[in-house]
Each structure stands twice: as structure tokens, then as C-alpha cells.
Design a protein around this ligand. Structure first.
Ligand SMILES: [Zn+2]
Length: 161
């Protein structure tokens, strides 16, 4: 039965309105799905490879990603926020305390009612959040290094990031 689930999702996807710059291909017998984004957040040429062969949808797919045909990296690399000060910024701009604890790609949070679209929506959102966090951290750094940087200008810029 699990095999049909991915197949049905792909059939639904074919008839759905497409986001531009996003391409999917699926190897149904192997249960491997590839989703390519021409641009996502600040990233270019990013491909997600979702391995659904391990009892999907009862278990979440194993996911790796590649940027510009580079090395495959575990999706957690993209989800974890390791930068100093990153967590504080995350709290300021989202309802998340920690992306890696709150992602649906985790035993504790996954439910078989989630599908590939839910996963990708979450990943897209996380990548956007990461980009915003990076920009906000750059701004903090700027403030630290430029004495007399006007506080109100800082607050003004930050409200846009
Ligand atoms: Zn965490």
C-alpha cells in the first residue's frame, strides 16, 4: 500500500498548478523523489532527494540535498541553526524555538497524514527563515563594528529583515 501513496501524490502533483522554477521527478519502483529548485531563499540550484522506500508515509522520507550538483548533505544541515545568536533571531521572527526539534521530519512530530507537499512547504519556509536570520546577524555585526551606528536606523533596517 505505501507504494501507491507516493504514486497518488505524484499524480495529484501533475495536475496541480506549478510553482515556477520547481521541478519534480519520481522513480516509483525505487520510491525516490527528486525536487529541484532553480532558486530557494538565497540558494541557487538546489536539489532535494527524498528516499521514501522506508515505509513512507508511516515513516518520514530520508532526505539529502545538493547545491549546484555538489556533495549530498543530510537535510539536518539545512535545518539546524548553529550560528551564534541565530536561535535568538529565530525566536524573534517565528513561532519556532528550534527548527530541528519542531520539524515534521522527526520521529516525534511526523504523522502519516503529512505528505510531500507538507514537507516541501516546511523546508521552503525554513530556508526563508535561515536567510532572514543570516541577514539579521550581518546587521548585528555591522552595529557591533561601527561605533555610533544610529540605533533607530538599526531598528528601522531590522524591521525589514
Ligand atoms: Zn533542536
Amino acid at each position: 500500500m505505501p507504494k501507491y501513496r507516493l504514486q497518488n501524490e505524484m499524480i495529484r502533483w501533475v495536475t496541480k498548478e506549478k510553482k515556477s522554477g520547481v521541478y519534480r521527478s519520481c522513480d516509483i519502483p525505487e520510491q525516490i523523489l527528486r525536487i529541484y529548485y532553480k532558486k530557494l531563499g538565497g540558494l541557487k540550484d538546489i536539489e532535494f532527494i527524498l528516499d521514501c522506500s522506508d515505509s513512507y508515509p508511516f515513516r518520514y522520507p530520508k532526505i539529502v540535498y545538493k547545491i549546484n550538483e555538489g556533495l549530498s548533505k543530510n537535510i539536518l544541515e539545512l535545518i539546524r541553526i548553529k550560528t551564534c545568536g541565530g536561535r535568538e533571531e529565530l525566536l524573534e521572527i517565528s513561532e519556532y524555538k528550534c527548527l530541528c526539534c519542531m520539524t515534521i521530519l522527526c520521529e516525534a512530530n511526523w504523522a502519516p497524514s503529512y505528505n510531500i507537499d507538507h514537507i516541501m512547504e516546511e523546508l521552503e519556509h525554513f530556508v526563508e527563515l535561515r536567510m532572514r536570520i543570516r541577514n539579521r546577524l550581518y546587521l548585528n555585526l555591522l552595529l557591533k563594528n561601527y561605533e555610533g551606528f544610529p540605533e533607530d536606523v538599526y531598528g528601522y533596517i531590522k524591521s525589514y529583515l
